[in-house]
Design a protein around this ligand. Structure first.
Ligand code: DP6
Length: 327
């Protein structure tokens, strides 16, 4: 196999019905399905260049050699691609996010989606969207959801090999104008990674079973709300899914607390804005950054109120976009 280059760009996604618990740790198979928004402008661009002269993979992040744990994860993922392609040649990978890495802004989702698209192309694999989504999932569960665009459902799947645990779009970006505002309170890397946090919650939280059970109900209701274009309903499910996930994590032993004080203030703010009649619902992932689902009409007032909250250092206004692609 000769030298070959492929470049892909993948958007981040934020789950409204969260994935937080695995039925298979090695394959990143979720214990329940989830629903997310594929969002612009948060994105990762990744170049994969196969090179017969390399003795091992070379991984660069933002132009410099990546740290060993990140490089191992990327190289492990490339091993899966090589296995599928029947290839042995190593690769040089250059990856860049246009937002803070590993701070709870979904960098592993856009990162592994971009790597799946560029890596499979560089190794001459021809994969359709569902197979790309199953491949991206192996890097990071939520990456499965950054392959399709718009509003996305990632199925739990029933098979042990996980080939039916893939993500698909249930609404295109142009079908429904939803907005999401991400607040940055602390751009540094998070204290506990989502993989470790969800395993600890699965093994030790007395609320874990209830959390997974409620997610099944939330997912079915959220899909119905999307089909009906019912923002009130989707917002209500979004906020309760996030709070239930964090509740289950807080009950883990030792307790997992992703939030800081600003996150809590943002939650109060969202509830106050709603009491005033604005369409705003809180969500938050495995980090302290508050995120607000809202209607386009209320976006500017909500963004303004959030940016005035002490401790918010930046806000990123997002809307729906199409999925990962080669460039
Ligand atoms: C809280 O996809 O980062 O953001 O599969 O272990 O890599 P791994 O976890 P990851 O988990 C994301 C968890 C979440 C909720 C969500 O995005 O659904």
């Amino acid at each position: 196999m000769n030298e070959k280059i492929a470049i892909a760009r993948a958007p981040a996604n934020v789950a409204l019905v969260k994935y937080f618990g695995k039925r298979d740790v090695d394959l990143n198979l979720p214990a329940a399905g989830s629903l997310s928004l594929t969002l612009t402008p948060l994105e990762t661009t990744t170049e994969v260049q196969t090179d017969p002269s390399l003795a091992s993979d070379e991984i660069f992040m933002d132009g410099v050699i990546a740290d060993p744990s990140f490089s191992r994860r990327v190289s492990g993922f490339l091993n899966l691609v090589r296995e599928m392609a029947g290839a042995r040649i190593h690769a040089r990978v250059r990856t860049q996010n246009n937002f803070p890495t590993a701070a709870g802004l979904a960098s592993s989702a856009s990162g592994f989606a971009a790597l799946a698209v560029a890596g499979s192309k560089a190794y001459d694999l021809s994969l359709d969207e569902l197979r790309l989504s199953a491949l991206a999932r192996r890097g990071s569960g939520s990456a499965a959801r950054s392959i399709p665009g718009g509003i996305v459902v990632w199925e739990k799947g029933e098979q042990r090999d996980g080939l039916d645990s893939t993500a698909r779009s249930i609404a295109d970006p142009g079908d429904w104008d939803l907005r999401l505002i991400a607040g940055v309170t602390d751009p540094g890397p998070k204290k506990i990674g989502s993989t470790e946090a969800m395993e600890c919650t699965r093994k030790t939280s007395p609320y874990y079973a209830g959390w997974i059970e409620s997610t099944r109900v939330d997912l079915a209701e959220a899909i119905a709300a999307v089909n009906d274009r019912n923002l009130e309903k989707l917002g209500e499910i979004t906020e309760r899914s996030a709070l239930s996930m964090h509740g289950a994590a807080l009950a883990a032993r030792p307790a997992i607390l992703f939030w800081n004080g600003v996150t809590v203030e943002a939650l109060h703010l969202v509830r106050e804005l709603r009491a005033k009649g604005l369409q705003a619902w809180f969500t938050c992932d495995a980090g302290p950054q508050p995120k607000i689902l809202c209607s386009p009409d209320d976006e500017l007032s909500i963004a303004d109120a959030l940016s005035q909250l002490p401790g918010i250092t930046d806000i990123i206004r997002c809307k729906l976009t199409s999925g990962a692609r080669l460039i």
